[in-house]
Write a protein that binds this ligand. Structure first.
Ligand SMILES: Nc1ncnc2c1ncn2[C@@H]1O[C@H](COP(=O)(O)OP(=O)(O)O)[C@@H](O)[C@H]1O
Ligand SMILES: [Mg+2]
Length: 330
């Protein structure tokens, strides 16, 4: 089974974009995929996938109630299926108060059981829910989490439950992870959670054509410390259009979503986008990334052929194995 947290220390490093694209790529490869959105803020995976209709209703059953073992209904009723086939456990506003709710539960239960607060397994609750109570491994081939990097309790619960990280990193800016910084962080989490955490790979994303960006990319590709199977270019137009298409970059290209000005207003519509080679190449990179995670990290066989059914255009078939052969002979 494939289980990974899309992790990055700082915000705006394309975590949500990466989670959506990786999930859809895995689904297209034949993996039954679930994503869990732990970020209560605007612009999260739930809004990207147009899910979570009841996310602001206080009384609605939601993931927090299940993590804290006080559900109002069936866990299965929380799960929604997106247009691209990926299932999602949507975000809810209550995720923003997770820690205070958890503290109350800990006070109550430790008081009842004569247990010290430190002994309470506060980072193990999601693990228990997903694998022991819900046995999601029976139903899904892949589970991905988009966490809220600043909410320690939720992030640690996510990492404790899934054990593996994919880390998108962005060039330039001081919010960036240094290579040592990332290793140190994984080490600290391992000590604190007393588990082993696997770093599947690092994905430099938003990399442009400047010398500084190229150097940055080179620095990552040259390191032995972790794998860098692909680099995702600076694709603002493509990735921003995902928020209009309410889906992955695959959907944007196939349905040809574009945002443009009409009579002084910005509108977004399908069947408008030009088919660009560099965007098709980005889809190929994303597919390659998903294949790396599946095959190299989790030893799972997946379909290596990407079929793109582009509206009003010829279908494109990309076989990742052909690239490998070319690389081997070169
Ligand atoms: N490869 C990319 N190049 C340029 N912009 C991107 C890329 N990937 C995502 N973006 C844009 O960056 C913004 C932030 O991305 P998001 O995935 O929401 O980050 P995070 O979840 O880490 O806060 C979004 O507007 C998104 O469209
Ligand atoms: Mg996000």
């Amino acid at each position: 089974m494939i289980t990974t947290v899309i992790y990055s220390e700082s915000g705006g490093t394309y975590k949500t974009t990466m989670t959506a694209n990786l999930a859809v790529a895995l689904e297209r490869m034949g993996q039954n995929t679930l994503v869990i959105d732990l970020d209560p803020q605007e612009g999260n995976l739930t809004s990207l996938f147009d899910a979570g209709e009841h996310r602001s209703e206080r009384d609605a059953d939601n993931l927090v109630k299940h993590i804290l073992d006080m559900p109002d209904g069936d866990f299965d009723d929380l799960i929604e299926t997106t247009a691209e086939g990926v299932d999602i456990v949507p975000s809810h506003d209550m995720l923003g108060d997770f820690t205070s709710n958890l503290e109350q539960k800990i006070s109550y239960e430790t008081g009842m059981q004569n247990m010290s607060r430190d002994e309470y397994p506060r980072f193990e609750l999601l693990h228990e829910l997903l694998w022991e109570k819900q046995e999601l491994h029976q139903e899904y081939d892949a589970v991905l989490i988009d966490p809220n990097a600043r909410a320690e309790d939720l992030l640690y619960n996510a990492i404790f439950a899934l054990r593996t990280l994919v880390a998108p990193v962005k060039p330039a800016g001081k919010g960036n992870l240094s290579l040592e910084g990332l290793e140190e962080l994984v080490g600290n989490m391992e000590t604190q959670l007393d588990i082993e955490i696997g770093l599947s790979c690092v994905v430099p994303s938003g990399v442009g054509q400047t010398n500084a960006h190229r150097q940055y990319q080179q620095q990552f590709e040259d390191t032995e410390a972790f794998a860098t199977p692909v680099t995702i270019g600076n694709r603002e137009s493509l990735m921003d259009a995902m928020w209009e298409a309410r889906g992955s970059a695959f959907k944007v290209v196939e349905e040809r979503w574009k945002t443009f000005e009409r009579d002084g207003e910005m509108v977004s519509e399908p069947s408008q986008r030009r088919v660009r080679d560099r965007e098709i190449e980005t889809l190929e990179r994303l597919y390659e990334l998903a294949r790396f995670v599946a095959v190299d990290t989790f030893d799972t066989d997946v379909d290596p052929v990407l079929e793109l059914d582009i509206q009003e255009f010829e279908n494109r078939t990309i076989d990742l194995r052909e690239d490998e052969e070319t690389e081997a002979t070169a």
